[in-house]
Design a protein around this ligand. Structure first.
Ligand code: HEC
Length: 130
């Protein structure tokens, strides 16, 4: 019985998350996105111009860039051939479940499932990589 309540509240929280992200896309919280980046991405990526390539490529000017074309990083073949432009839609699809979106990518990351978190993260990425 307790489990059912837990599952039901998770489902409701999930649906609310989707609704909120869709309705207030303009009020994304850059500060919240910075926290998402710090905890989930920073171990492998830098954002500033000329930033180091660590486990992953530097993400300076990532919006509008073609996948796998950052300087000085050895991308996987699948990333180089994917040939997409990074924007809100393609980033969200990749970051939600990297290995499902791009089978064979060498980015080892479980994915961000909460759409409000994704919106905050993308708002922050835009702001910090300009
Ligand atoms: C464990 C290390 C690791 C973590 C954590 C990680 N990444 Fe990555 N990321 C990589 C690697 C490695 C690649 C290169 C993938 C390839 O070549 O297939 C990559 C590629 C990317 C790309 C494509 C870059 C390009 O130039 O085309 C983006 C965008 C990206 N990551 C964003 C993120 C974001 C945002 C997060 C946090 C939500 C994150 N990554 C978390 C390692 C990581």
């Amino acid at each position: 019985m307790k489990n059912w309540i837990g599952v039901a509240s998770l489902l409701i929280a999930g649906m609310l998350g989707v609704g909120v992200a869709a309705s207030v896309a303009s009020a994304q919280d850059v500060a919240k996105g910075e926290r998402v980046f710090a905890t989930q991405c920073k171990a492998c990526h830098t954002l500033e111009r000329g930033g180091a390539t660590t486990a992953g490529p530097n993400l300076y000017r990532i919006m509008g860039r073609r996948s796998g074309t950052g300087q000085g990083y050895g991308y996987s073949e699948v990333m180089r051939r994917f040939g997409i432009e990074w924007n809100d839609t393609t980033l969200a699809a990749y970051l939600r479940d990297p290995r499902a979106d791009m089978p064979g990518t060498k980015m080892v990351f479980a994915g961000i499932r909460q759409s409000s978190q994704m919106a905050d993260l993308i708002a922050y990425l835009k702001d910090a990589t300009r």
